[in-house]
Design a protein around this ligand. Sequence first.
Ligand SMILES: N[C@@H](CCC(=O)N[C@@H](CS)C(=O)NCC(=O)O)C(=O)O
Length: 205
Amino acid sequence: MAKLTLYHAAPSRSSITRWMLEEVGEPYDIHLLNLSNGDTHAPDYLAVNPMGKVPALKHGDVVITEAAAICAYLADEFPRAKLNVPIGDARRGPYLKWLFFGPGCIEPAIMDRAFPRKEEARRAALGYGDFDTVIDVAAQAVTSGPYLLGEQFTAADVVIGSTLRWGMLFKLLPERPEFTAYTAHLAKRPASARAEAKDKELAAA
Ligand SMILES: N[C@@H](CCC(=O)N[C@@H](CS)C(=O)NCC(=O)O)C(=O)O
């Protein structure tokens, strides 16, 4: 299969997938886009991701979009990195749950709080229920550690860890001790530090 190319803006949600690529350890190229210049809405990029958003990942002829889907794809495609939980392993249930919980619950709960609706939605109608429950569930999940699935670090930690880190950075999430301990532990991973340093370099250029 041909090489990997990440369509990326630094920093942005595509930083989640850059961290994942660093964890995987396969060579990849960066196709840098500038969000302020509207690069993601140019016709050549809309042909890659009609949503006009980063990230997108090209792997040969395959294009994957949505940050968590990219993380799941990379974890399955490069099993040597041991970042997935294979079919048949009972831990795959919680693994998939956390991969979906990031974009399906934590992120919408944060964004609804940042940009309140004119009329409050019914709890039962919102996929994430309510902010406080989402935060309590996430806090409990990261308490026993060191990772969501115990001793194994997986793609789910990249997704959930990035979302919690970003939420606290922008003061949209409370700095609960469970979150700060978990994200501080994740930040010690060499791949996370490498991705952050490379993104800082890109942002400064
Ligand atoms: N659901 C998408 C969201 C991606 C997203 O919102 N990306 C932002 C950057 S953080 C973007 O590309 N914004 C540019 C725009 O919408 O014009 C994912 O998880 O990958």
